[in-house]
Design a protein. Structure first.
Ligand SMILES: *Cc1c(COP(=O)(O)O)cnc(C)c1O
Length: 361
């Protein structure tokens, strides 16, 4: 059987360690997972009720066009300056699904090039390699995107550029004005994917109106992070109708399940929960930055719901924290681990555990 060489060389996506795995390994009950940038608080009862109401109908296929969610999203995203309609939206099994569709749609030959930053979202490299095309990884600047250097790598083979904003795993953030200046210099034959998985955590940032000017722009967002629906897998892409139409052609049928769709509609209505999530995150972020400063640990100023901190010896620190029941995330940035912001208790716990682990060094 023939398996493509570029597939054989792939390494699977490294997800954050599931709580159940560690529970099994250690026989521990109280495990704190701060590894996947999930929302620390569970969904509100409105969302739970919406899911329960829909449960009896899982004998039926989902709405393949996700009409209800598209209508809710159009309403949510539109205002007096910006109009987003259903034809500009595509739904995905998480926004990772949309990232994949984007790549599939524009990468045709092995010589095609995909540009993304060092220390950006791990999935960009994985998707690129899975399609057997060439990754152009641009060295980061202060752990974030160096847009000038990224522009300089563009050749006549460049087909796709991925940008995560805020970036994961560094939490660095590009202002919308910088994104605009960047888009103005990218040839419009190149697709630009602006991955805004953490957009709910930033303010004074508006990129949707760029879509009118740049038909090569695709913005992706998700319900997995601030909205707290990571386990249901639902995200979306916003772009001009022509690009959306192409993505729709390669999308797997029924890629968003019924429960995910109703939960996402309910989550959009529950802006109160979202505000609480953001407020909790702001407090937690302050808790971590203060603690790290007190411990003389360098951390990267983050605009999302996680923070990366320089502990050195990351394998040992990661494993020692596991042994204490705390799951964090080893990342590509040397000597740094990434910690998702949790509840106050979870944050206190991991900070105390980290102190203990570093003292034993
Ligand atoms: C978490 C994350 C995503 C997507 O997650 P989904 O659950 O697939 O929506 C996309 N991009 C970045 C940068 C992320 O951190």
């Amino acid at each position: 059987m023939n398996i493509c060489t570029h597939i054989k060389q792939l390494k699977p996506y490294q997800a954050g360690k599931p709580t159940s795995d560690l529970a099994r390994e250690l026989g521990l009950e109280n495990i704190v997972k701060l590894a996947s940038n999930e929302r620390p608080k569970p969904i509100s009862s409105n969302i739970e009720q919406a899911i329960i109401r829909q449960l009896r109908e899982v004998n039926r296929y989902p709405d393949n066009n996700g009409f209800a969610l598209k209508v809710a999203l159009s309403k949510h995203l539109s205002n007096d300056k910006i109009q987003v309609n259903n034809e500009q939206l595509i739904l995905g099994n998480g926004s990772s699904n949309i990232l994949e569709l984007a790549a599939k749609s524009c990468l045709c030959q092995a010589t095609d090039e995909v540009v993304f930053s060092e220390y950006a979202f791990m999935l960009y490299g994985l998707i690129t390699q899975s399609l057997g095309v060439k990754a152009v990884v641009v060295p980061s600047k202060n752990y974030g995107h160096d847009l000038t250097a990224m522009l300089a790598t563009i050749t006549d083979k460049t087909r796709l550029i991925f940008i995560a904003n805020p970036n994961n795993p560094s939490g660095t953030f590009l202002r919308d004005a910088d994104i605009l200046a960047f888009l103005q210099q990218v040839p419009n034959t190149i697709m630009v994917v602006l991955d805004e998985a953490y957009v709910e955590y930033v303010s004074n940032y508006q990129t949707l109106h760029f879509l009118n000017k740049f038909p090569n722009l695709l913005i992706t967002r998700t319900f997995s992070k601030a909205y707290g629906l990571a386990g249901l897998r639902v995200g979306y892409g916003i772009a001009n109708p022509e690009l959306i139409d192409y993505l729709n052609r390669i999308r797997a049928p029924f890629n968003v399940n019924t429960l995910a769709e109703v939960a996402a509609v309910a989550a959009l209505k529950d802006q109160m929960s979202l505000l609480e999530t953001i407020a909790l995150n702001t407090k937690g972020m302050a808790q971590f930055t203060q603690a790290f400063a007190a411990m003389s640990l360098e951390s990267i100023p983050s605009n999302a719901n996680f923070i990366s901190v320089k502990t050195g010896n990351t394998n040992k620190v990661y494993n020692d924290l596991l042994a204490l029941g705390f799951i964090v995330r080893p990342i590509e940035i040397p000597e740094f681990i990434r910690i998702s912001i949790g509840t106050k208790n979870e944050n206190d716990g991991v900070i105390a555990a980290l102190k203990q682990v570093l003292k034993n060094d």
